[in-house]
Design a protein around this ligand. Structure first.
Ligand SMILES: [Zn+2]
Length: 313
């Protein structure tokens, strides 16, 4: 299975910054050591033209040349540097590359990404560009060029925070369905309505979460017929997360991943996934949740090998 990384483009953070940047490198190291089926590839950088599919050109330019105003910079939560701009582009490129690989092999990954708080003209909550939105729009454009048919994209956002940026970008776009399951009391406090939002109470456990996911997937089934699935497999619903406020176990999160991947697999839909948030009290717990997602994904990748390429490719 192909997985795209950009953690070697180091985004410099001041000492004591609360974002756990090391988690990306730790995940990559564990995958290399313990899951050799996952092939590590350097993420390409997204171009201005690609970013403009989901972002205002003036915002892209301001990120590139470091001219975002102080309020914008604070909202993103990372100090600007040329490396921050480069890393943000690579993270989008990783999801785009994962989508292309998924058309060939059924499933592929971005080792970072899932930056769902970024909207068309501003970033927020550690998100600069919205990799899911850019990738969805770019895949639609490529698909139309090749097949002269519209591609519908389903975004399944299971990060514990609501995908407000993604929802705002696709608010008036019926060709992309945004599903988000998230903590009702968690950031962002002003949520932007997506196509289907499921608010979960603080302390939500495995059973309640998986039941809510089941109902949500059934509802999607009634309303939308996707040709591609983008999955944001956030690690922050885990009970050991500093910010999550939910109480999912490792097993619960693994069952969540299996349910989403199985849903796509049964419908022969290519699926690309990104990691999103994870802020474990002990960072090893975040990396464990993400590693488990890759174990499940490698299993589905093996199943895809025994079946022809995705139906719409
Ligand atoms: Zn999150």
């Amino acid at each position: 299975m192909q997985a795209f990384y950009a953690d070697h483009f180091v985004l410099p953070l001041p000492e004591g910054h609360r974002f756990p940047m090391q988690k990306y490198r730790l995940l990559r190291d564990r995958l290399v050591a313990e899951l050799p089926q996952v092939r590590m590839l350097e993420a390409p950088r997204a171009t201005d033209g690609e970013l403009a599919l989901a972002h205002a050109p003036a915002y892209v330019a301001a990120v590139q040349d470091g001219s975002l105003d102080a309020a914008q910079q604070r909202e993103i939560g990372f100090p600007w540097s040329p490396a921050m701009a480069e890393r943000s582009r690579r993270s989008v490129g990783a999801t785009v590359a994962a989508c292309r690989a998924a058309w060939q092999e059924g499933i592929a990954a971005n080792l970072a990404g899932g930056t769902h708080h970024a909207s068309a003209d501003r970033g927020g909550g550690f998100c600069v560009f919205n990799d899911l939105a850019v990738a969805a729009r770019l895949m639609q454009a490529e698909h139309f060029r090749r097949h002269r048919r519209a591609l519908k994209v389903l975004i399944v956002d299971l990060d514990v925070h609501q995908g407000n940026g993604t929802a705002s970008i696709f608010a008036r776009d019926d060709s992309v369905f945004t599903l988000s399951l998230h903590g009702e009391k968690n950031f962002p406090f002003r949520k932007v309505a997506g196509d289907l939002d499921v608010d979960l109470p603080d302390g939500c456990t495995d059973e309640a979460y998986l039941h809510a996911l089941e109902l949500a997937l059934e509802a999607v089934e009634q309303r939308f017929e996707p040709g591609l699935v983008l999955y944001l497999a956030g690690a922050d619903p885990h009970e050991g997360d500093r910010l999550g406020r939910l109480k999912l176990s490792y097993d619960g999160l693994e069952a969540r991943d299996r349910r989403v991947l199985d849903w796509a697999w049964r419908r022969a839909l290519p699926l690309a996934f990104a990691m999103g948030g994870g802020y474990g009290h002990d960072l090893a717990s975040t990396v464990q949740v993400q590693f488990n997602t890759y174990r499940v994904a490698a299993d589905y990748h093996a199943r895809w090998r025994a079946r022809p390429a995705p139906r719409a490719a």
